[in-house]
Design a protein around this ligand. Structure first.
Ligand SMILES: Cc1ncc(COP(=O)(O)O)c(C=O)c1O
Length: 370
């Protein structure tokens, strides 16, 4: 029934703004929310995803697995079955501790929170994955970036000097690094982990595309966590990442985890898809082969420099990155213009390796505009 009496007026925007100004942290009010570019109908080469959708037969298996999920119930908070499957897939021994996250993003946030203390320092090469800085700022930590070399490789000596100076509580090493694609020299990684007075994290989001990994060595160091994700090998939408470390480290980080952080649909999907290891390995092989072809084709364009990559994307410097980005956009292809991220990336585009026809379309559009 409609109430005929006059309704009280809704609060005004000014009232709400005043309450927010008095309540929300000033540094949070100064932030901007992370925005994701819309790519409707475009060839999407901007987010380092796998270009391959699931084959029909796998989709049917997945649909059956998801149909059986009791959505009226909370998920298994420990996600034990998924952990068992992941351990098998990562060849992790039982003496390594494992923690799952809603994507590895959640893990990065939990790790940062675990070590955050007033005035403490987070240190990482620069440029690197933007979320390290974002989570440090949420936790009110001081973030110190150590520039890569001009060829985008890690400057191990500069990292060691900065660690000595800053005594960081947390050091991030994304290897292969995003947004550069560079695999850091394992000898440098080892020196840095050993010199770090706090916790060192090696983030191996792109390791499937690389020639070496640190995960098998995780128990060699008293202060190392290795982070992995399924996002870069065909399952970004599922949101599943993990941290592997000595069980005592995992025990501390686990205290900060929300009880049901990996939802029941993700758990069921992960179990179904981790059984398809051969499929994803084949796709990774195809992307690696295409990365080589794409790099050669880009390097053949006038004035273009391609940086060595061990990830599923390549970074290339163009005579005019804005013009190249615009030409690709006009051709219906979305890449990431990383020019503004750091002076070392001036005029650079980050291009995710696509399927062979997608890469052909990209190369043809760039040739037309060159
Ligand atoms: C180096 C690195 N780490 C972690 C992530 C987060 O991945 P996800 O949250 O999808 O696992 C990304 C995503 O781009 C990344 O580039």
């Amino acid at each position: 029934m409609n109430d005929p009496r006059p309704q009280p007026l809704a609060v005004t925007g000014e009232e709400v703004a005043a309450r927010i100004a008095a309540t929300v942290r000033a540094d949070v009010r100064a932030l901007r929310a992370y925005s994701v570019a819309k790519a409707d109908g475009m060839i999407k080469l901007d987010a380092n995803e796998s270009p391959y959708p699931l084959p029909e037969a796998v989709r049917r298996k997945l649909a059956a697995a998801l149909a059986d999920v009791p959505l009226n119930r909370y998920p298994d908070g420990g996600a034990d079955a998924v952990k068992r499957a992941l351990r098998a897939s990562l060849q992790l021994s039982d003496d390594v501790g494992l923690l799952l996250g809603n994507g590895s993003d959640e893990i990065l946030q939990l790790v940062t929170t675990a070590v955050a203390q007033p005035g403490s320092v987070v240190l990482a090469p620069d440029p690197t994955f933007v979320m390290y800085r974002v989570y440090a700022s949420h936790a009110r930590m001081r973030y110190v970036g150590v520039p890569l070399r001009d060829d985008l490789t890690l400057d191990g000596d500069a990292m060691l000097a900065a660690i000595e100076r800053e005594r960081p509580a947390l050091v991030w090493l994304a290897s292969p690094n995003n947004p550069t694609g560079t695999l850091f020299d394992p000898a440098d990684v080892e020196r840095i982990v050993r010199a770090t007075p706090g916790l060192a994290v090696v983030d191996e989001a792109y390791v499937a595309y690389a020639s070496s990994a640190f995960l098998p060595r995780v128990l060699e160091f008293p202060n190392l966590v290795v982070v992995r994700t399924l996002s870069k090998v065909g399952m970004a939408g599922m949101r599943l990442g993990c941290a592997a470390a000595h069980p005592a480290w995992i025990g501390e980080i686990d205290k900060l985890r929300s009880p049901y952080n990996v939802n029941a649909l993700t758990q069921a999907a992960a179990l179904a898809l981790l059984a398809e290891g051969a499929l994803f390995a084949r796709q990774v092989g195809e992307v690696r082969a295409e990365r080589g072809r794409l790099s050669v084709a880009l390097a053949a364009l006038p004035g273009v420099r391609v940086f060595a990559s061990e990830a599923n994307f390549v970074v290339a410097r163009f005579p005019d990155a804005t013009a190249a980005f615009g030409a690709l956009r006009a051709a219906g292809i979305l890449v990431k213009n990383v020019s503004g991220f750091h002076s070392l990336l001036a005029n650079c585009l980050r291009i995710t390796v696509g399927t062979p026809p997608e890469n052909d379309a990209l190369i043809a559009a760039l040739e037309r505009s060159a």
